[in-house]
Design a protein around this ligand. Sequence first.
Ligand SMILES: [Zn+2]
Ligand SMILES: [Zn+2]
Length: 436
Amino acid sequence: MSAPLLAAYSRVAALVADLWAHPEVGYQETYTSARIRDFLERQVPDVEITTFARTGLRLRLGPGHERAVALVAELDALIVPAHPAADPVTGAVHACGHHTQVGIACAVVAELATKPWDLPYDLVVVFVPAEEYIDLDTRRALRDAGEIAWFGGKPEAMRLGVFDDVDVAVLTHTMGGGYATPTVELDCDLAGFAYKHVTFHGRAAHAGFVPFAGINAASMAVLYQTAIGLGRQQLREDVLARLNPVVSSAPMTTNVIPDTARVSTDVRTIDLAYMSELSAKLDAMAQGAALAMGGVAEIDTEVGYFPFRQHRPLSVPFREAFHAGVPGIDSLLDDRGGSAAAGDVGDLSIMLPCIQIGYSGLEGTVHGADLHLADPVTVLDAVPRFVLDGLRRLGPCLEEVASYHGTYGQYVVNVARLGGTVLANGVESFQDLAQR
Ligand SMILES: [Zn+2]
Ligand SMILES: [Zn+2]
């Protein structure tokens, strides 16, 4: 470990330690948000900081250039009660390392504030709530109360227009432990997922006395699972398709023919078009199973996150930064193929080009009971300098790199295409939105 080079390093490290000690789950990151605001107000006192989606923060740095790049960090913790650092009451802990993303973004802001603005674009720094897809009952209540429309913080930010004036977005994320030297990663694609809940409806009857009067919903569930099992033979291998059907209905008794049975599965893949195709196949299997037994299948699809394809051209200046040499960064993992992990950066990438840079310096397993910051100097000093170098090199090619800009409306259309539920909250109609 070398000595830190950034002037703000110790302040950033103190902030990150504070966030580690105060983990909060999505849309409830009030302490986290307040501490970050304190930090930013000290570093860039003249810059307006806006709050969105309860706890999110956004600030725009720069002289008002036409183009803007977003640097995004996530605020929320996970629930892993077995983690020794978990909050004893809530079980929350930063087992996904989001507190270190906050540190990286804050270090970049602090460093940029030390000299006159020299980037040919503005930098929009966004601290987004609720990346983890957890605590859904609370989020449902918030949604029912009209406070949010989406469980994920990024779609919620998109709905609120947080990214409307931004051309491209750069994110960072821990890779977990096991790296011998300080390492960054570029171009690792992520899977997306939907949750599909199928409730089969039949007719209850005494299983001994009048079984012929019944319609067995559990039988439909078995047929559906059998179809999924046989159908796996036809799953594409190249796009990391994953299904995990589980019986999620209430227990049954043996003397009554069950009138309802529920099977839920996630539908996971790194290919958006294939996710739609797979979703439609599962619907057909469910309908077929119900039809075979004379019942009805009620299908409910929740879109979790979209698959994430890293925008390769946006990685180029960061790769150049690595090859030019950044003190404290020794290795680059480059385009090693996709991961079946997922994140709501996939949702954001529907709207604008995004990359997510991986970094070492934490030890343990991501989402495990042992993840922790092991090498703060790499994470909070070398990685921010690497990001800054890439951001500097991005300037001359930004216009070319920013090759598309979708709308929130197009995102909503994509959700609907997957069969997902879209709340009326702030949404007129898909057709209207598609034309925006
Ligand atoms: Zn994460
Ligand atoms: Zn996570």
